[in-house]
Design a protein around this ligand. Structure first.
Ligand code: BES
Ligand code: MN
Ligand code: MN
Length: 465
C-alpha cells in the first residue's frame, strides 16, 4: 500500500493526484495564511478575505453558481455542480473556514499563520479545523473534473465562517434555503480518526451549553485588611460553589441534569468497547497525570456518550504581577456542558442557576447567563449512504472504519439534518493529536491526501448505494 492510499482510481486520475500534491499543499497554505479568526472583531476583514479566497478556489475547481452570501455576521460561501446523470444523488459538503484564536502565541513553534511543514505535518491554525479538511473536498471535485470528466453525483458546498462561534448566521439562513440546499446526504469532514491508518465514522456528536456564572458580594472592591474576615470574599464563594457542581463520583450534581439522558444500551456499550482507545492513549495524548471522570464508564463512553460540565475559566480580583491585598466585588466563571441525546439544551442554564442559587450562602448573589446552546447530534447508522461511506474509507485506507461517538460539537449539524431531512456522514481525517484550538495545530499530510481520495471514493460509492 502506498503511504497516501491505495492506487485505486484509473491511471489518468492517479497520475493527476500524484502530480497535484504540491499545488494542493501550496494552495491550502495560501488559504491558511489568512487569519480568519471569527470571534475577534479585529479579524473581520480577514474572515471576509478567507471567504473570497475560497469562492475563487471553488470556481477554479469547476464549481458553479459560486456565491459569497453576506449575513449579519461572517459570510457563507456556496457553490455547486449539478450536471450528474439523471437520478444521481446530490451530496452536500459542509465545512467551516473560520478558525480559533491563536493564544497563547508564545507556545507555537512556528507562527500560526505561516504554514510550516515539519516532517509529515503541516502546522498552522486551521490546518485541521477545518480549512485543511474542507479544502480536500474542493480538491477532490477539482481532480475528478480535471482528470475524469463529469462527477458521478451532484455536489453542493456550504461553507460558513462562524462555526467556532456557534453558527448564528447559518442557523438563521438555513430554514429559508432548504430548496437551494436540497440534497440526499451531507458530508462533514470536521472530526478526527483514531490514527493515521484507522478511519472512523462518527455517528454521534455531543451538544453544548455554554454560559457565565457571576458571584456578587460587596458593591465594590475592598481593602482586605480593613474588611477581610468580615465580608465573604466572592472569589472564595465562587470556588466553593463551583466545587459543588460535581459529586465525589465525578457526576454532575445539578438536579435534573441527567433526567432526559438516554441510558446506554448493552449493545451500544459492547460496540463502543470495540473502539481501540483507552486510558493509555488518553494519557499519552494529553499528558495528564491520570484519567478522571464519571465512575462506571469507559473513556470512550465518557467522551462521546456521557454528558459533562467543565469550568473553562475563572476570574476576579487581582491577577497582575506582584500582589494587591483586595477583596473583589465580583467573581466570574465561564462554564460549559457537553450534552447527549435528549438533554434539552435550553434548559441547562436555568437548571444550573437554580442549583447554584439554592446552595449559595446569603453572603453573595449568584446568577447564570447563557451564551450558547445546541442539542446533541445523532446520525442514523442503517442508511445506504453509511455503507457507501464505510466502503469509501475502506477503499482508501485498506481498513474498515470503526464507528464511534465524539465529544466535540458542531452546533449546526442537528439543524442541517432536521431542516434538510438528510443524514450526515462525519468522515474526518484529522488526528486526535492535531492540537485543535491549541498551539501547534497541525494536519498530517498523508491523511490530507487520503482525505482527497476519500472524497472522490465517496462520490463514486454513493451511486452504487
Ligand atoms: N471541529 C470541531 C468539533 C469537533 C472537535 C468534533 C473534535 C469532533 C472532535 C468544531 O470546530 C468545534 O470546535 N466546535 C466547538 C463548538 C462550540 C464553539 C460551540 C466545540 O466543540 O467546542
Ligand atoms: Mn471544526
Ligand atoms: Mn473547532
Amino acid at each position: 500500500m502506498n503511504r497516501n492510499g491505495n492506487a485505486l482510481f484509473d491511471p489518468k486520475l492517479e497520475n493527476y493526484l500524484r502530480d497535484a500534491q504540491t499545488s494542493q499543499l501550496d494552495e491550502l497554505s495560501e488559504w491558511l495564511r489568512i487569519p480568519s479568526v471569527s470571534t475577534l472583531p479585529q479579524h473581520k476583514a480577514d474572515v471576509e478575505r478567507a471567504a473570497g479566497w475560497l469562492a475563487q478556489k471553488m470556481e477554479a475547481a469547476g464549481l458553479q453558481n459560486v456565491e459569497i452570501i453576506p449575513t449579519d455576521g461572517h459570510p457563507i460561501v456556496y457553490g455547486d455542480w449539478l450536471h450528474a446523470e439523471e437520478h444521481a444523488p446530490t451530496l452536500l459538503v459542509y465545512g467551516h473556514y473560520d478558525v480559533q484564536p491563536i493564544d497563547p502565541e508564545e507556545l507555537w513553534d512556528s507562527p500560526p499563520f505561516e504554514p510550516t511543514v515539519r516532517g509529515d505535518d503541516l502546522y498552522a491554525r486551521g490546518a485541521s479545523d477545518d480549512k485543511g479538511q474542507l479544502f480536500a473536498h474542493v480538491a477532490a471535485v477539482e481532480a475528478l473534473l480535471a482528470a475524469s470528466g463529469p462527477l458521478p453525483v451532484n455536489v453542493k458546498f456550504l461553507v460558513e465562517g462562524e462555526e467556532e462561534v456557534g453558527s448564528p448566521a447559518l442557523t438563521a439562513y438555513l430554514p429559508a434555503a432548504t430548496e437551494k440546499l436540497a440534497a440526499d446526504v451531507c458530508l462533514v469532514s470536521d472530526t478526527h480518526i483514531l490514527s493515521p491508518d484507522q478511519p472512523m465514522i462518527i455517528y454521534g456528536l455531543r451538544g453544548v451549553w455554554a454560559g457565565e456564572v457571576t458571584v456578587k458580594g460587596p458593591s465594590q472592591d475592598l481593602h482586605s485588611g480593613m474588611f477581610g474576615g468580615a465580608v465573604h470574599n466572592p472569589n472564595q464563594a465562587l470556588c466553593s460553589l463551583l466545587a459543588q457542581l460535581h459529586d465525589s463520583a465525578g457526576r454532575v450534581a445539578v438536579p435534573g441534569f441527567y433526567d432526559e439522558v438516554q441510558t446506554l444500551t448493552e449493545e451500544e456499550r459492547t460496540a463502543l468497547a470495540q473502539v481501540p482507545y483507552g486510558e493509555t492513549e488518553l494519557l499519552q495524548e494529553t499528558g495528564a497525570p491520570a484519567a478522571w471522570g464519571e465512575e462506571g464508564y469507559t473513556i470512550t463512553e465518557r467522551i462521546g456518550a456521557r454528558p459533562t460540565l467543565e469550568i473553562n475559566g475563572m476570574w476576579g480580583g487581582f491577577i497582575g504581577d506582584g500582589f494587591k491585598t483586595v477583596i473583589p466585588g465580583e467573581a466570574h466563571a465561564k462554564v460549559s456542558c457537553r450534552l447527549v441525546p435528549d438533554q434539552p439544551s435550553p434548559a441547562i442554564g436555568p437548571m444550573i442557576e437554580q442549583f447554584l442559587q439554592g446552595i449559595a450562602p446569603p453572603t453573595v448573589e449568584v446568577s447564570v447567563n447563557t451564551l450558547q446552546h445546541a442539542p446533541a447530534t445523532v446520525v442514523p447508522l442503517d442508511v445506504p449512504e453509511m455503507r457507501a461511506a464505510a466502503r469509501a474509507y475502506k477503499s482508501v485506507f485498506g481498513v474498515e472504519p470503526v464507528f464511534s461517538r465524539e465529544g466535540g460539537s458542531i452546533p449546526i449539524a442537528t439543524v442541517v439534518q432536521e431542516s434538510l431531512g438528510i443524514p450526515i456522514l462525519f468522515m474526518g481525517f484529522g488526528l486526535p493529536d492535531d492540537n485543535l484550538h491549541a498551539p501547534n495545530e497541525k494536519l498530517h499530510l498523508p491523511n490530507f491526501y487520503r482525505g482527497i481520495r476519500v472524497g472522490i471514493a465517496l462520490m463514486q460509492e454513493l451511486i452504487s448505494s
